[in-house]
Design a protein around this ligand. Structure first.
Ligand code: 5GP
Length: 193
């Protein structure tokens, strides 16, 4: 059986995006899935790079045509899903494949690809999660409150995942992730921690 993807999940605000960007900069050979979403782009987000931004009708079509490996409504607001074909192709090419998903998506992806390794990114503390989520300024106070409510329930489920990493310092988390992904050398050949 070919190795499955690595699924990175964790509550909103824990720093999944920052960790994935740092990992991708250090290891450009890692193939990071680009999700489809019905949420509108934020300033600076590029279609096809950050997400494939879709209308509700386009997303319905992706589901109807069974083109998504998994999908979920996140924070009761927008739908997000992983296009299946590019993931299957990258796995067939022997690439290291990384999916960054919410918890519901992580569970469905693991059910569909049991050989996947699931990693839960946890905050050092609840207070730190609240601080990070309110500090990034991308959500309204109402959205922050909703995301924190979801996060509380999600933290209680950390033990359902194969590995739990506490995201204290981004560099340390990336080094731990590199080990989980089986990447022992950087692109220039130097050993990672
Ligand atoms: P944001 O709107 O902040 O970019 O992402 C919100 C949440 O959606 C994050 O927790 C992120 O992990 C999750 N997410 C992003 N892409 C996908 C996807 O393809 N499927 C699922 N289930 N969740 C996703």
């Amino acid at each position: 059986m070919s190795p499955g993807p690595v699924i990175l999940t964790g509550p909103s605000g824990v720093g999944k995006g920052t960790v994935v960007s740092a990992l991708a900069a250090l290891h450009p050979e890692v193939w990071v899935s680009v999700s489809a979403t019905t949420r509108p782009p934020r300033p600076g987000e590029r279609p096809g790079r950050s997400y494939h931004f879709c209308s509700e009708a386009e997303f319905d079509r992706l589901i109807a045509q069974d083109q998504l490996l998994e999908w979920a409504t996140v924070h009761g607001q927008a739908r997000y899903g992983t296009p299946a074909q590019p993931v299957q192709q990258a796995l067939a090419e022997g690439r290291v494949v990384l999916l960054e998903l919410d918890l519901a998506g992580a569970r469905s992806a693991k059910a569909r690809l049991p050989q996947a390794q699931s990693i839960f990114l946890a905050p050092p503390s609840w207070e730190e999660l609240v601080r990070r989520l309110s500090g990034r300024g991308t959500e309204s106070p109402d959205q922050q409150a909703r995301r924190l409510e979801t996060a509380r329930a999600e933290l209680a489920r950390a033990d359902q995942f194969d590995v739990v990493l506490v995201n204290q310092e981004v560099d340390e988390t990336v080094a731990a992730l590199v080990k989980c992904l089986g990447l022992t050398c950087g692109p220039t050949g130097q050993d990672q921690k």
